[in-house]
Design a binder for this molecule. Structure first.
Ligand SMILES: [Zn+2]
Ligand SMILES: [Zn+2]
Length: 415
């Protein structure tokens, strides 16, 4: 039976996978330069991990998780984000016993039951950075600088870096009280989601997308004016370090991020006013998940949205050619010779193709053109007997004599 893919999923076809390879290669390249090591974690975890790690008042946990009971009766959830699983793996593999900080990155698929829209799928892909074991503002500055370099490597311009501080468990309770007091006066105007947030997580009201809530939220007391001396000092140090690196940034007191676990620094990166990455510090998450008291900081971004942003800005390099060389053959003898030649050349790392479906020479040439082969040679009995053939440059039409037993070294001159 032929069925369609579930709503909110998308195939990545061979025609577009080069874009993913391109972005992924930049991820590996930039993380390597900054000394971050890749970590790979399971697609599913015990549900409790996300309830505790993402925060059970968050939309993600309340509405969007793919949770099911497995055949052993355990409650299992497909990962809705990367951080919680990485923290779990960091603890389980005793990575905290190694020299701090642990600088990690991941590139993985995530699952959220959301209304699908452009750049937002139910199965999506997230690239993220996590660093554990440093409470220093220098760690914050490094993470933000990595994000900046990543986007610059992809040739984004009009980048905006916006930072904020969301306080700590010492100063946040008093701020929450103040916020609850402020928002209570607008109880009859707030949307229903915000009303339900009012007692548990009033800071989330500040980043509600509802225009009425937004207007009320923007006039609310802001945490950077209310946070404790320690948080202020941390924030000032982050700013000085950004200045020292010559990285310009704005301060946006309305950035609170979607998840409950952030402490002190939070940040967002925008391109042409669209948020393309966000993150922040979470000094108590590791402890919350049953580990020692170890500070952490990270950021994440959705690859679907990133790829859309790159497409709309024409920032992808040209699609790679389908082959360096197409070996066209006339007759059975030549087909066997072409098979052997292709094998030899491929062992040398030359990307070559030959006929596999019995096309006529004319149809083979058409096919070579269609796949974007850069060079073509045509082999018949004459060429095989004389050991030489004409190498045709498909772009210029130029033809060169080549010897068949030395083809790979001659080709390498042109490629
Ligand atoms: Zn504080
Ligand atoms: Zn609202």
């Amino acid at each position: 039976m032929f069925t369609k893919a579930p709503r909110g999923t998308k195939d990545i076809t061979p025609a577009e996978v080069y874009k993913w390879h391109y972005v992924e290669s930049k991820i590996h390249q930039v993380c390597d330069v900054f000394g971050y090591k890749e970590i790979r974690v399971p697609v599913f975890e015990h549900t409790e991990l996300y309830e505790r790690g993402v925060g059970d008042t968050s939309d993600v946990v309340q509405k969007e998780m793919y949770t099911f009971e497995d055949k052993g009766g355990r409650s299992i959830t497909l990962r809705p984000e990367g951080t919680a699983g990485v923290v779990r793996a960091y603890l389980e593999n005793n990575l905290y016993a190694e020299a701090a900080p642990a600088k990690l990155y991941y590139n993985l698929s995530c699952y959220r039951y959301e209304k699908p829209q452009a750049g937002r799928l139910r199965e999506f892909h997230q690239f993220g950075i996590e660093a554990f074991g440093s409470a220093s503002p220098q760690m914050d500055a490094e993470i933000i600088s990595l994000a900046k370099v990543f986007f610059e490597t992809l040739k984004f311009d009009n980048l905006g870096i916006f930072i904020n501080s969301v306080g700590c468990p010492k100063c946040r309770p008093a701020y929450h009280e103040k916020l609850i007091e402020y928002f209570t006066d607008y109880k009859d105007k707030l949307c229903s989601t915000c009303l339900s947030r009012l007692d548990k997580n009033p800071m989330r009201i500040i980043d509600c997308k509802n225009p009425v809530c937004k207007e009320i939220g923007h006039k609310a007391p802001m945490i950077i004016d209310e946070q404790c001396e320690e948080c202020n000092e941390h924030f000032d140090n982050v700013k000085s370090l950004m200045d020292a690196m010559g990285i310009s940034y704005g301060i946006d007191p309305t950035i609170v991020r979607g998840l409950d676990y952030y402490t002190t620094t939070v940040f967002e990166i925008k391109s042409d006013n669209m948020v393309i990455a966000g993150g922040g510090r979470y000094n108590h998450l590791v402890e919350e998940l049953g580990g020692p008291s170890i500070p952490g900081i990270g950021f994440g971004l959705g690859l679907e949205r990133l790829i859309m942003a790159l497409e709309s800005r024409n920032l992808f390099p040209q699609k790679p050619s389908g082959a360096d060389l197409y070996i066209s053959s006339i007759g059975d003898n030549a087909a066997i010779y072409a098979q052997k030649l292709a094998f030899e050349l491929r062992k040398e790392g030359i990307r070559c193709e030959k006929d596999l479906v019995g096309r006529s020479v004319k149809a083979q040439m058409k096919y070579a053109d269609k796949i974007g082969a850069r060079f073509v040679i045509v082999l018949g009995d004459d060429e095989i007997n004389s050991g030489s053939a004409k190498l045709k440059n498909m772009e210029t039409g130029e033809q060169t004599d080549v010897t068949l037993n030395d083809l790979s070294s001659q080709l390498k001159n042109y490629l």
